[in-house]
Design a protein around this ligand. Structure first.
Ligand SMILES: [Zn+2]
Ligand SMILES: [Zn+2]
Length: 211
């Protein structure tokens, strides 16, 4: 039997606001902000422009994209990030995909939290665009929804980093940190959602053990 995992001590709690903001700086995070925040705003603006100034529809599509991101985040974390193939061909494919197991080995290493393989977003975005167009969404809706997806991804990286590196003071922040800490320190087969526990509840992978 495995040795019992350590409790949640490595995840931080509390702290003054200034320290909290200072802890949210990292070159990997800066790159996420530089790429995905402008992409999100461009998607929203372009979507509204294509929809002939219908900002309400563009905002609804943006929110739709955010929600879709949370599902994609769950599915990628559960089925792809934890994929550890044994064969050489599988391992070669795995190296091309965003890493995650190094983060599980060193949860407190700030260099291991944020993905550096952002090109992965390109086929994912094109697939989402093709899917939305195929089911009949307009160009304006689809582009604004992609913007929401880009914002969802940036939020994911920031919140994930915050769960590990930020002294979370708010009630919501503490709940998210605890949800994610269970995934790290109690059971890696539960609690895959980082930005929200929604899809863990939907798919029955939320932690049911002692708190
Ligand atoms: Zn994980
Ligand atoms: Zn983590």
């Amino acid at each position: 039997m495995d040795a019992p995992r350590p409790p949640f001590a490595p995840m931080r709690a509390g702290g003054a606001p200034g320290r909290r903001l200072a802890a949210l700086r990292h070159p990997h995070l800066n790159r996420v902000a530089l790429i995905f925040a402008p992409a999100a705003l461009a998607g929203l603006g372009l979507g509204a422009w294509i929809a002939e100034g219908d900002v309400v529809t563009a905002l609804a599509a943006f929110a739709y994209g955010l929600l879709w991101w949370s599902l994609i985040e769950y599915l990628l974390h559960r089925h792809l990030l934890h994929w550890a193939p044994a064969g050489p061909r599988g391992r070669a494919i795995r190296r091309l995909l965003p890493g995650h197991l190094g983060h599980h080995a060193q949860p407190q290493d700030p260099d291991e939290v944020v993905s550096r393989k952002h090109l992965f977003a390109l086929p994912l975005g094109l697939l989402a665009l093709a899917g939305m167009r195929a089911v009949g969404f307009s160009w304006g809706w689809s582009v604004a929804a992609l913007g929401g997806g880009a914002m969802g991804y940036a939020l994911y990286e920031y919140l994930h980093f915050a769960c590990h590196q930020l002294p979370m003071a708010s009630r919501l922040g503490r709940r998210l940190t605890r949800h994610h800490a269970i995934h790290h320190f109690r059971d890696e087969t539960v609690n895959f959602g980082v930005t929200s526990p929604l899809w863990d509840h939907v798919f029955g992978t939320v932690w049911r053990g002692p708190r």
